[in-house]
Design a protein around this ligand. Structure first.
Ligand SMILES: NC(=O)c1ccc[n+]([C@@H]2O[C@H](COP(=O)([O-])OP(=O)(O)OC[C@H]3O[C@@H](n4cnc5c(N)ncnc54)[C@H](O)[C@@H]3O)[C@@H](O)[C@H]2O)c1
Ligand SMILES: [Fe+2]
Length: 350
């Protein structure tokens, strides 16, 4: 789990104080800031001093192992040692910050650690400051990376942040569609966790609360206001806590295939898949469709049109590789239920 959590509007202003005890003489703090904020007012509030470095994270594409390695190697070359890594941005920046922190203390490439419990050494002191709510990357024990052969996280006890700062003010100006797609990531985490076979009281307690918060902001509220940002940031946190002790399910397993082959982004990819999952999550999908309608969102259709057999196979391989997700969704006998043919039919519908 994350060791230390600060929540509240304006809490970003405490960042200097929060990191001060973790500064090691001569070793800089590295601020990895979502490139959206380049030239924006938030950058002037980043408490960089001395030889600290601000790096703008290019999140045009979701994080790749090659990008993580390049960032970590250039920091090692420039500074030798670094005091800590502070990630400020959406889920992609959260994951980059976690992965770079780990790679500063582990040999080889981040691709070597894609899987479960392969990371050998704790990373550097790392802080997560989300500016976009929904992924739960601020609390999770994984960092999702696209590598040479797979899209899979570095899942380990060393992966969670040392500290997170949850300041809903930072999410105030996220564009409507982006906010919805990333918010739906959280909603889908809740449905997949609550409807999964791995469910337990820990996951249920957080999942139910996160679900209620998502329903409030995406169905009950007439228009988006500060209270919605407050609630969605807590929903993201609780949704992340819920899957920490369970797993995600069908939407994520299928959407990983889309992302690997087509580069479809996580939030929108999950929505594209969720739209067709009535068979697995009937109530969740019906409510999801009400949310889509109420918020005036167009979910893309037909993104798998014209793909070759080879391409379908590649998505199916990535998807079926996510064994824990399928087992959570469909039970121990999942392989008998989700055959390659059945998954192909599902991909064709997208
Ligand atoms: N580690 C985990 O547990 C976990 C869980 C779910 C998803 N993920 C990962 O998270 C990533 C998706 O994250 P995301 O949906 O938050 O999107 P993102 O981080 O990819 O950002 C999406 C877009 O929003 C912009 N943005 C960020 N903050 C903004 C703000 N305040 N105002 C305006 N624009 C802003 C970014 O610049 C980017 O263009 C994927 O890479 C996915 O694999 C990780
Ligand atoms: Fe997700």
């Amino acid at each position: 789990m994350v060791d230390y959590v600060v929540y509240g509007r304006g809490s970003f202003n405490q960042l200097d104080e929060i990191i001060a005890p973790h500064r090691k003489e001569g070793n800089p703090i590295v601020f990895l800031v979502d490139h959206f904020f380049e030239g924006k007012a938030l950058v002037d509030r980043v408490p960089a001093s001395g030889n600290d470095k601000v790096i703008f994270a290019d999140v045009t594409y979701e994080p790749k192992t090659t990008y993580v390695d390049a960032l970590a190697n250039s920091l090692k070359e420039e500074f030798g040692k670094v005091s800590g890594v502070i990630g400020i941005g959406g889920g992609s920046t959260m994951d980059l910050a976690k992965a770079v922190s780990l790679m500063m203390n582990n040999p080889g490439s981040s691709a070597d650690y894609q899987g479960w419990d392969l990371v050998k050494n704790p990373g550097l002191y790392k802080v997560g400051i989300p500016t976009l709510s929904g992924t739960g990357a601020e609390v999770s024990r994984t960092t999702v990376l696209t590598g040479p052969t797979k899209k899979l996280g570095m899942n380990s006890d060393f992966t969670p942040f040392s500290q997170i700062v949850l300041d809903p003010e930072l999410a105030a100006n996220v564009p409507h569609n982006q906010r919805f797609y990333t918010g739906m990531d959280c909603y889908i985490h809740c449905i997949e966790s609550l409807e999964g076979t791995f469910l337990n009281e820990f996951s249920k307690s957080y999942g139910e609360k996160a679900l209620e918060l998502c329903q409030e902001v995406f169905l009950k509220k007439e228009s988006w206001d500060n209270e919605c940002d407050d609630k969605l940031m807590m929903a993201s946190y609780a949704g992340g806590m819920s899957i920490a002790y369970s797993q995600v399910g069908v939407a994520h397993a299928v959407s990983y295939g889309l992302s690997y082959l087509l580069g479809t982004k996580h939030g929108i990819g999950n929505c594209i898949v969720m739209n067709h999952l009535d068979e697995y999550y009937p109530e969740g999908v019906a409510e999801f469709k009400r949310m889509v309608q109420k918020n005036g969102i167009d979910i893309p259709q037909g993104i798998c049109k014209g793909l070759t057999d080879e391409q379908f196979d590649s998505m199916i391989n990535v998807s079926l590789g996510m064994k824990p997700l399928w087992e959570n969704a469909l039970g121990k006998d999942w392989e008998k239920i989700m055959t390659r043919d059945k998954l192909r039919t599902l991909y064709e519908k997208l």
